[in-house]
Write a protein that binds this ligand. Structure first.
Ligand SMILES: [Ca+2]
Ligand SMILES: [Ca+2]
Ligand SMILES: [Ca+2]
Length: 265
């Protein structure tokens, strides 16, 4: 081997070792895990709402003021990636322009996706962060002619499962936008709650820690036939429908949860 070919092999090995797991854009909500959390804002009253706003453990903050729940039903984009109630900065005048919306997650995630209503200018971005100040990934939001015709979907998967903060970055203060159907797949699927006592803060919100509370929480939602307890079609790994909810809550779901719980994070 010549010194240069040795170097080449050496750098190839170093590259292989140093290369992080690939992050991949996600093209549609259907390509995301069926076990994700979706926040669709449908339970929120329309109109201005104070920032920060917390829903299902996700905390939404507008960088320039308050937030607002906005209906997109009058636009053709309704029912694509955005529907009904959506979240936007509380705008209405040039003195209160469109600003970024930051989403803080209660536990690390490996998939994040959302619908973006009426992106018109280039430069709109979905930025995902770990614990550091620099984005782990930045995704461009496709743009469309102004007028509410269209919505975009932007999503990202990181095998590292290290996303804890997401920013919907708006290109311009005058690019009217809102977000909807914010989907999060947490990094630890059996982590379902922070505590096992109903009504306590953190009940039903993952906290990045797998403990007996998660198991008791699953027992609770299973016994209540909560739709969230539907995790699988069958309990045998490798069989079709394993890990795919089927609209039925039965023992298969219980044994599936036992399996993923015993596997840990
Ligand atoms: Ca909605
Ligand atoms: Ca937990
Ligand atoms: Ca099921």
């Amino acid at each position: 081997m010549t010194p240069s070919s040795t170097r080449a092999v050496g750098s190839a090995i170093l590259f292989a070792i140093a290369s992080p797991a690939l992050a991949e854009p996600i093209a549609s909500p259907s390509a995301m895990s069926p076990h994700g959390l979706t926040v669709d804002f449908e339970s929120q009253p329309f109109g201005p709402v104070a920032s920060p706003l917390t829903i299902a453990g996700l905390t939404f903050t507008a960088s320039g003021g308050d937030l607002s729940i906005y209906s997109v039903t009058q636009w053709a984009a309704n029912g694509t990636f955005v529907e009904g109630a959506t979240l936007r900065p509380a705008i209405g005048s040039s003195s209160n322009p469109h600003t970024d919306i930051e989403i803080t997650l209660p536990a690390p995630a490996r998939e994040v996706g959302l619908g973006w209503f009426d992106p018109n200018f280039s430069g709109n971005e979905l930025r995902v962060f770990g614990t550091g100040a620099s984005p782990l990934e930045t995704l461009a939001v496709p743009s469309f002619p102004a007028g509410g015709c269209c919505a975009a979907f932007v999503g990202i998967r990181r095998a590292e499962g290290d996303i804890v903060r997401v920013v919907a970055h708006v290109s311009s203060p005058s690019d009217f936008y809102s977000i909807d159907n914010v989907r999060i797949t947490f990094a630890c699927p059996p982590d379902l709650t922070a505590g096992a006592i109903a009504g306590q803060p953190g009940f039903g919100v993952p906290n990045g820690i797998l403990s007996n509370d998660d198991f008791f929480y699953y027992l609770t939602i299973f016994s209540q036939a909560n739709p969230a307890a539907d995790l699988t079609t069958g309990a045998i790994p490798g069989q079709p429908g394993y890990g795919v909810p089927n609209g039925v809550i039965n023992n298969e779901d219980f044994f599936y949860y036992l399996t993923i719980f015993s596997m840990g994070c």
